[in-house]
Ligand binder design. Structure first.
Ligand SMILES: OC[C@H]1O[C@H](O[C@H]2O[C@H](CO)[C@@H](O)[C@H](O)[C@H]2O)[C@H](O)[C@@H](O)[C@@H]1O
Length: 559
């Protein structure tokens, strides 16, 4: 039933741009083709007039049109991707903020950090008036405040990226820009009931790792802004409900008949992702059964909701992409994020005197902590691991029996994400055990933490390292307060900073991901070429330098 497998309808504009994308793919062919470009275009005229003209284009048998005719059509009817955003300099940006990175003593590192800081200017935009006047002509959503984008092909705001963007903005003392990002995300909750994957109409069928409460918590810590907390609380409650209801919610019953409520990723979509439609159709081409194909499309979109798109982490068979089964997995990091959301709501509600809400969320966090201990903790490995629901997880079955053998014992960086959460990092014996496990896991490489141990060619696998992963593990270690944990954290942060710096010196850019096998090497794999900019990478470098500083005689070059 539709209740069992919800689908959120898309807009007529997205459907049209999807068709344009397909025609362009047939016209230009595979090499250098980025499908996202076409769903980011906007219209110059009404959709019906544009569609009419598009239908009349002379086509060959396979549906392609000549390059000349397609380009003529695009020039006449379409505006370029990114033209609906206007570059702005954030009002709170200054070239050298007072009190910027006080622990950085090295002039070389300070100069580089200021260059990274200045990149906020390159990544700042506001939605053009055209989008507000005629939203029907744009897939870009009319967010009320200025935005900070990740960069390159990612021309719009992304949900979980924004957390690390904000961490960097806070190091850059740009508190107002950070608050504006939060207000934008809250406006999405007001409109849709959840924060979208990104601020585009085609992202409205899913969310992304839920870190809004973490953003608000960090901003509150620095600014003490209770008004912001007061305005945010209703949205946070709504978001908590989104992740704990419908298909996102799962119940696991343990041996003592105790029910544990946990969450999973589950997109409201069962067709190709519009931004990657041509790729998804190609990946699904070998699946002949219509309902299996539909399920595969849902798995693709649900994996995009996880932020880890794509990885062997979500595949039943690591060499067969069509075995993607994200909706059959209870992900350890998602539940760590929701546990953090519960802890954050409890403390933010208390700040503004909402004591009943606060107590309710303390209780919710205790329940989830217990669930995480029962379902995810693997004492033998000293890691928290994903839990697979078994083959019948796509049915509407409400309660699943806990089976220890359903834990996925493969090593992923996500197995260490719970360390980021206070209820875990405050337990010294757990931290010591997890540190030992991490040290021998094979994930820690010369230039940072790898995403997994499997080199599959997917971007969320070995040898790629991603800024958010480095940051959560490092910060978790620091927050434990243990001396050896801090030393380990500092060592990881230094490896990461050095590789970011070396790549910056070579390419003059900050990158979306790096290859952790070699200092200065950029990452690769996946469905698009490596992107530069780059919001969360810049944020993590600034946050690391804020935490650890850099002495005058510490070397910055690759060691
Ligand atoms: O276009 C393909 C996919 O791109 C996005 O995912 C990647 O970039 C995001 C922005 O930096 C990041 O949040 C995500 O973790 C990356 O894997 C997008 O989020 C996907 O939905 C999209 O299909």
């Amino acid at each position: 039933s539709s209740q069992c497998s919800p689908v959120k309808p898309t807009t007529p504009l997205v459907t049209f741009l999807d068709r344009l994308q397909e025609t362009a793919f047939k016209t230009y062919g595979n090499s250098d083709f980025d499908p996202k470009l076409y769903v980011d275009l906007s219209l110059k005229f009404n959709l019906s007039d544009t569609e009419e003209a598009f239908k009349k284009l002379p086509r060959s048998e396979n549906g392609s049109v000549s390059v000349e005719i397609l380009e003529g059509f695009m020039g006449e009817y379409m505006r370029g991707a990114g033209e609906d955003l206007v570059e702005v300099v954030p009002e709170d940006y200054v070239p050298e903020p007072t009190g910027f990175l006080p622990k950085v003593e090295s002039p070389e590192v300070r100069a580089w950090a200021l260059e990274v800081h200045s990149l906020w200017k390159n990544l700042s935009r506001k939605v053009s008036n055209g989008v507000r006047d005629r939203p029907d002509l744009h897939t870009l959503l009319p967010l009320p405040n200025p935005v900070v984008i990740p960069g390159s092909r990612f021309r719009e705001v992304y949900y979980w990226d924004s957390y690390w963007v904000i961490r960097g903005l806070l190091a850059s003392k740009m508190h107002e820009t950070a608050k504006a990002i939060v207000a934008n995300l809250i406006s999405l909750i007001d409109e849709y009931g959840y924060v979208l994957n990104g601020a585009r109409a085609y992202y409205s069928n899913r969310s992304q790792p839920p870190l809004l409460s973490s953003m608000i918590y960090e901003i509150y810590k620095r600014t003490g802004d209770k008004e912001m907390v007061r305005k945010s609380l209703p949205a946070l409650l709504k978001e908590h409900q989104f992740w704990n209801s419908g298909k996102h919610k799962m119940t696991i019953q343990d041996d003592q008949a105790c029910n544990h409520t946990l969450s999973r990723y589950y997109a409201m979509w069962d067709k190709p992702r519009p931004e990657s439609s041509t790729n998804d159709k190609e990946s699904a081409s070998k699946i002949l059964d219509a309902s299996e194909k539909q399920q595969f499309y849902r798995e693709l979109a649900s994996t995009a909701e996880s932020g880890w798109d794509f990885s062997t982490r979500w595949m039943r068979n690591s060499s067969d992409f069509t075995t993607l089964a994200t909706t059959s997995i209870l992900p350890v990091d998602l539940n760590a994020f929701i546990l953090k959301m519960e802890l954050d709501i409890a403390s933010l509600a208390k700040v503004i005197g909402e004591n009943t809400i606060s107590e309710r969320f303390v209780e919710a966090s205790q329940g989830r902590k217990k669930a995480m201990d029962s379902v995810f903790w693997n004492a033998k490995m000293g890691q928290w691991v994903d839990y697979w629901l078994g083959d019948n997880s796509t049915s509407c079955k409400e309660v699943h029996k806990l089976e220890a053998s359903n834990q996925n014992e493969n090593v992923f960086a996500s197995n260490f994400v719970p360390l980021w959460i206070e209820l875990f990092n405050s337990d010294a014996s757990v931290v010591e055990k997890v540190m030992e496990s991490f040290q021998s896991s094979g994930l820690l490489c010369s230039a940072g933490i790898a995403t997994s141990l499997t080199n599959s060619g997917q971007q969320w696998d070995f040898p790629n390292g991603w800024a958010p992963i480095q940051h959560m593990i490092v910060e978790g270690l620091v927050r434990s307060g243990l001396k050896e944990a801090r030393l380990m954290a500092e060592d990881i942060a230094m490896r990461w900073i050095r590789t970011n710096y070396a790549a910056y010196k070579n390419t003059s850019t900050m990158l979306e991901k790096y290859d952790v096998e070699e200092c200065g090497k950029i990452g690769g794999g996946g469905e698009y070429i490596p992107q530069t900019g780059f919001g969360w990478t810049n944020g993590v470098v600034l946050a690391f330098l804020e935490e650890f500083g850099w002495t005058k005689d510490q070397k910055l070059d690759c060691q």
